[in-house]
Write a protein that binds this ligand. Structure first.
Ligand SMILES: Nc1ncnc2c1ncn2[C@@H]1O[C@H](COP(=O)(O)OP(=O)(O)OP(=O)(O)O)[C@@H](O)[C@H]1O
Length: 311
């Protein structure tokens, strides 16, 4: 199957000499929700800007639905909607005029019922005659989304869509993303809220210092790299881990009152029965126990730390 976006060998060095991307290869399948994660300055916004044709790559090629985004930029761009991180500054136009104008920019015939529905879906209908300058930050962000969707793109980029927005807008955004996906729209989002990727993405890419360090199905990633943690609340604090417990990956926390055992979620044998027996033999009692799975966030932090250590 042909990917809807194919990035090959893309690099970017800004005029300042700052290298933002190095040799990026990435394919996005039609209809998927792809989350691009990475620390500040990793290159997420640059990569999105290059795919959308608002930033020039220094090297490499990008095909959008088979169209080269430089040589055939008009066709490539028409397929894409971009919700940028920055709030737009145009202020005097009304919501209705702005969104219809965005549609016209892509050569789409006016379609009032479509734009009306779009504004209703984004809870903007009541505000259709309001000038953008009079709207709150959250409402302005809804306008950015409406503008990005006005020309009915097949691919939607959301660059940190929920940074600094309130819970209700975040929830609406998630709902909107799901309904777009049901209509077959491909969605690529960057986010600092890893829970957002965990909640929504089909696949996750991790970018660090301009390199893609991992691309994986979210579920597989969580299965593969997921750790589990067993935390025992000890009856009496321990000063150190007894030598007899060296074969388990143990750590003391909270001034020796919590004993934390970390193990691989894939292992058939958890090692827990043996550990509990050993504790019993040593006369170490506990009053409570708690089991947790690592989140995508733990996995992400771990990956970035490992990539940085490897450098
Ligand atoms: N216009 C520019 N000129 C020079 N350097 C830039 C420019 N835009 C970005 N950079 C640099 O390129 C690198 C990647 O930046 P980019 O904004 O793509 O990262 P990001 O992953 O989106 O970060 P954040 O999560 O903070 O938005 C950073 O070192 C940044 O300082």
């Amino acid at each position: 199957m042909q990917p809807v976006i194919a990035v090959a060998g893309v690099g970017k060095t800004y005029k300042s000499g700052q290298v933002a991307l190095r040799d990026i290869d990435l394919e996005i399948a039609k209809g998927e929700i792809f989350a691009l994660l990475g620390p500040n300055g990793a290159g997420k916004t640059t990569l999105i800007g290059i795919i959308c044709g608002v930033v020039n790559a220094t090297s490499g090629t990008i095909l959008v639905d088979g169209h080269d985004n430089v040589r055939d930029w008009r066709r490539a761009r028409a397929r894409i909607g971009l919700v940028p991180q920055e709030l737009s500054t145009e202020t005097f136009e009304s919501v209705w005029a702005t969104v219809n104008h965005s549609r016209g920019l892509f050569g789409k015939a006016p379609n009032k019922p479509f734009v009306e529905q779009l504004l209703k879906d984004l809870s903007l209908w009541e505000k259709r005659d309001a000038k953008i300058m009079t709207l709150s930050g959250g409402m302005k962000r809804r306008v950015l989304i409406a503008k990005a969707l006005a020309h009915e793109p097949e691919i939607l980029f959301l660059d940190e869509p929920t940074a600094g927005v309130d819970v209700s807008l975040r929830r609406d955004m998630w709902k909107l993303v799901r309904s777009l996906r049901e209509r077959g729209v491909t969605i690529i989002l960057t986010t600092h809220y890893i829970e957002e990727a965990e909640e929504m993405a089909d696949r996750v890419g991790v970018i660090d210092k301009g390199r893609i360090i991992l691309v994986e199905e979210k579920a597989a990633l969580m299965r593969k790299l997921g750790k589990r943690r067993l935390t025992l609340t000890l009856e009496a604090p321990l000063a150190a881990i007894p030598a007899a417990l060296a074969r388990w990956d143990l750590r003391l926390e909270a001034e020796g009152t919590l004993l934390v055992y970390t193990f691989d979620a894939r292992e058939e044998e958890t090692g827990i029965p043996g550990l509990l027996r050993a504790l019993h033999d040593l006369g170490i009692g506990f009053s409570d126990l708690d089991m947790e799975k690592s989140s995508l966030e733990d996995i992400f932090v771990d990956l970035v730390e490992r990539a940085e250590a490897a450098e």
